[in-house]
Design a protein around this ligand. Structure first.
Ligand code: SF4
Length: 229
């Protein structure tokens, strides 16, 4: 599969925020979010071909007990099932981060599902040539439900920019079963501390009102927006 990067860092988002983890980042995505923070896996995919055994060996070398398989969209990576099965065979805790538009019955401990809201649609970027395809694919409630039903644990992580996102989040949640407010994470959009700071108080208040979980971007605070972190 095409591997963008593999590194050892601190999980900066979600229920396992703060846990030292190895990150396996596949390259390639079926979406084109306008604010994508890893464009080298989506808008301009890059990386090196790597076999499952090579990837598992490099994860083993990090010494991590938690591994995060992310992207891009890992669910479209060839051999994603074999990779996750091999990582589980190493007795690692496996998180898979997905936008929830493509389903495979992949072994994992935590499904980190990030449904993409209208704020992600690239109306301006590259003349808007990906906007229609993105809009058509960005939400698939049936796929998200399969992840929820099939996972030992899951989280629904929404990237939010403003109050206009709340109505769409409510609509998405109304179409899903089996979640509780603590499974819902709101994460402010932004790749720099100043932007995040500007959105944090508002997002925190919404979480308090609804019982959702506030999702920081700890890796940005620790390392800035840098590859390999
Ligand atoms: S789904 Fe993720 S990797 Fe793909 S374009 Fe959106 S933010 Fe980037």
């Amino acid at each position: 599969m095409l591997l963008a990067e593999l590194f050892y860092s601190i999980q900066g988002e979600g229920k396992l925020c703060g846990v030292p983890s190895a990150f396996v980042r596949t390259s390639g995505c079926n979406l084109r979010c306008t604010w994508c923070d890893t464009p080298y896996t989506s808008w301009s995919p890059e990386g090196e071909e790597a076999a499952v055994a090579q990837i598992v060996g490099r994860v083993r070398e990090t010494g991590a007990r938690h591994v995060v398989v992310t992207g891009g969209e890992p669910m479209i990576a060839p051999q994603i099932g074999a990779l996750c099965a091999a990582l589980k065979a190493e007795h690692l805790h496996v998180t898979v981060e997905t936008a929830g538009t493509v389903f495979h019955p992949v072994p994992m401990d935590l499904a980190s599902i990030s449904p993409k809201l209208a704020n992600s649609t690239p109306h301006e970027r590259e003349g808007g040539r990906f906007a229609a395809a993105h809009e058509q694919q960005r939400l698939n409630l049936g796929v998200i439900q399969r992840f929820i039903d099939g996972a030992g644990d899951f989280q629904l992580k929404f990237v939010v920019m403003g109050e206009e996102d709340l109505e769409e989040i409510a609509t998405v949640l109304a179409g899903l079963r089996g979640w509780k407010p603590a499974d819902v994470l709101l994460m402010p959009e932004g790749t720099d501390v100043a932007t995040l700071r500007g959105r944090e108080p508002w997002v925190a208040e919404v979480c308090k009102q609804h019982g959702y979980r506030y999702c920081p971007r700890l890796h940005i605070a620790l390392y800035g927006h840098a590859r390999g972190t």
